[in-house]
Design a protein around this ligand. Sequence first.
Ligand SMILES: [Zn+2]
Length: 307
Amino acid sequence: MNLPAHIIEAKIDLTEHIPLHVYLVKGEHYAVWIDSGVKDMFPLFVETMQKADVAPENLRFILHTHSHHDHIGCNGQLKAHTGCLIAAHPHYANWHSDFEEHYHEFSRPFPHLIPDTPELRAEVLDILDEPAPLDLQIDEGTVFNLGGGVTLEAYSFPGHLLAELGWFEASSRTLILGDAITGLDWELFHSHLTVQGYRDSIDKIARLLDELNVEQVLFAHFPPMTPDETRELVKKAHQYIDDVESTLIRYCASQDTVTLAGAWETLCNRMERLQEFRSLNMVYAHIQDLIERGILREVDTETYQIR
Ligand SMILES: [Zn+2]
C-alpha cells in the first residue's frame, strides 16, 4: 500500500516477528512524529526527516499514542535535536519523566511475582534514551493543524493501556494507531489492562472506519492496512480476547480456588505464550473484569473462586 506523500514511515524490527513502524506527518507549517520508537532509531529519524525535507526546527511535536517504552524511546534525543514539544495523555505522565517509576509501574505492579532483576531492568530501560517530561497534556478531541489542510485529531482508545490515543489525519483519511489493536499471535501476550475498554476500543475503531470514511490504517506493530483488512483484524482481536477469557474461566471452573499466580501460569501454558510480566497484568485485568461481572469473587488475597 502506498502511503500519502506527507506521511513517511520509519521502520525497524524489534524482534524477528515484531516490527515497529513510526510515522512522520508533514504539513505546510510544521511536522510531527507520532511516537518516537526506541532510542536506537534516532539516526533513522534524522535521516527520514532530511529525506522528507523537514528541518529540525520544523519538527514541532511528538504526538504520542501511548507511553510504553517502545513508543517514547527517542524523546530525549529528538527534543535536544529539534526543540520539539512532547504531547501525550496525562495518565502516564510520570512514565516520561521518571524511568524508575516507568519500570516498576509497567513491569512490577505485583513485585512479589516479578523479581527486580538486571535482565528485566535492561529489557524495559535499555531502549529509552533520556527522560523528557510532557510539555502538553492531550486527550480525545485535541486537533493539531500542521498546515496545507493536514490535520491530526486525537481519538481515545483505552485498553492496551488505560490511556491510549489514535490520530486521524483528515486530508488523507488516514487513521494512525499505536497499540490499540494489540499483537495477537506473538510469542508473548502483548497485554491489555482493561478488558471492557479493549473490547469497546476495537469496536470504536471499526465504527470510525465508516464514520470517518477512513482510507488506510497505520499501526505501530502491523503493516498498513485497508479498512477491510482492519475489520478482519478487529474480528481476530475479539476472538483473541474471548479465547483468553474462556481459557481463564475454564481453569477457574475446574478448581476449588485459583490464585493470580496460578491463573497466570495456566493461561500462558494453555495458550502457549511466554510467561512474563505483561501477561500477569493482563490476567489481573481479566480477573477484575470477571469479578465486576459477577463470575468470580475474591475469597482471599489474590485468591478467587467461581460463583
Ligand atoms: Zn504498547
